[in-house]
Design a protein around this ligand. Structure first.
Ligand SMILES: Nc1ncnc2c1ncn2[C@@H]1O[C@H](COP(=O)(O)OP(=O)(O)OP(=O)(O)O)[C@@H](O)[C@H]1O
Length: 292
């Protein structure tokens, strides 16, 4: 699982806090006290990184006083411009970065890499090139000791669900980019993880494929509504998929708004394109993001 260099706690790149940065922002509606049984929670989370430049090193405040709870079965999208700290926040939940300030909890525990019950999906498919599609989907089940017959059956069902029947024995190099992301999606759902952390999983796909894979994601999610933290640059995608959209802003990275998405479920992403409420939500959040 790739991590931006220096993102791991043991690295030396985490900067000291400049004096006086203790200001607390008011909590948003989503920010409640720790320990309330949320799937994921961040309480007063702050993070600095040290950016090395020719002229010396500079501290970047990647996250400032972030408070957020994602409830069980909730689908939450995080949007915001490049550099506002979306991935850093996701990496804290994944246990890949340990925050310097505040607390984070995943299923009530301190997040750590490889934690049970949490699946992670990235923009790049990250399929193992020496394994066939079905054996990629089986991978997590294999690590968990699931018997071969059972895991093969489950992986086959998931490949069928993402429209890849007939490609079970194809290798990564034989699949298109969209097909690879379908395999990655099937792999993400193969384990019964109660939490999905998704970092722009469809970011590299064209808009048509994005909608197709968004539909697939929602149809898999509807089966048992895992808790999802979904980072994206694409506001259309965020509104179409999520129960809530969290808007982040940079310098320093912080939560600027927490907006519920009252669109009914199950959703059909194609019909949303002609849904006026969807477009109104888009205009509203776009204006919150400071782009009008
Ligand atoms: N390991 C690191 N070392 C130094 N700086 C980092 C590191 N990881 C993130 N940063 C800095 O922290 C800030 C937030 O980065 P992050 O990747 O979380 O933003 P993002 O919103 O996910 O951006 P993007 O949408 O472009 O992926 C940026 O200024 C980035 O340069």
């Amino acid at each position: 699982m790739p991590v931006k260099s220096g993102g791991i706690r043991s690295g030396l790149e985490q900067a000291q806090t400049p004096a006086g940065r203790t200001q607390r922002l008011p909590l948003s509606g989503a920010c409640k006290q720790q320990g309330s049984g949320a799937a994921i929670s961040f309480s007063h989370v702050g993070q600095y990184f040290l950016l090395r430049e020719k002229s010396g090193a500079r501290a970047i405040e990647a996250l400032h006083d972030v408070n957020l709870e994602i409830q069980k079965h909730e689908f939450v999208a995080i949007v915001g411009p490049s550099g506002c700290g979306k991935t850093t926040l996701l990496n804290i939940a994944a246990g890949l970065v340990q925050q310097q300030f505040g607390e984070a909890r995943v299923n009530g525990a301190v997040p750590r890499a490889g934690q049970k019950n949490v699946a992670y999906m990235l923009a790049r498919d990250a399929l193992l090139p020496w394994r066939t599609a079905i054996r990629n989907v089986e991978y997590g089940l294999e690590l968990n000791g699931v018997a071969k017959k059972e895991r093969r059956h489950r992986a086959g069902e998931l490949l069928a669900a993402v429209g890849l029947s007939g490609y079970e024995n194809a290798y990564r190099s034989q699949l298109s980019h969209g097909m690879r992301q379908r395999v990655a999606l099937a792999r993400t759902f193969a384990l019964d993880s109660s939490i999905l952390l998704m970092d722009e999983p469809f970011g590299a796909l064209d808009s048509h494929l994005k909608i197709q894979l968004g539909e697939l994601l929602l149809s898999l999610w509807e089966q048992n509504k895992r808790s999802v933290m979904f980072v994206t640059h694409d506001l259309h995608e965020a509104i179409a998929l999520a129960d809530r959209v969290i808007v982040m802003r940079p310098k320093p990275g912080h939560i600027a708004a927490d907006i519920p998405i009252p669109l009914p479920r199950p959703r059909n992403l194609n019909s949303l394109q002609v849904n006026s409420e969807y477009h109104e939500l888009y205009q509203h959040i776009w204006s919150v993001m400071g782009n009008v």
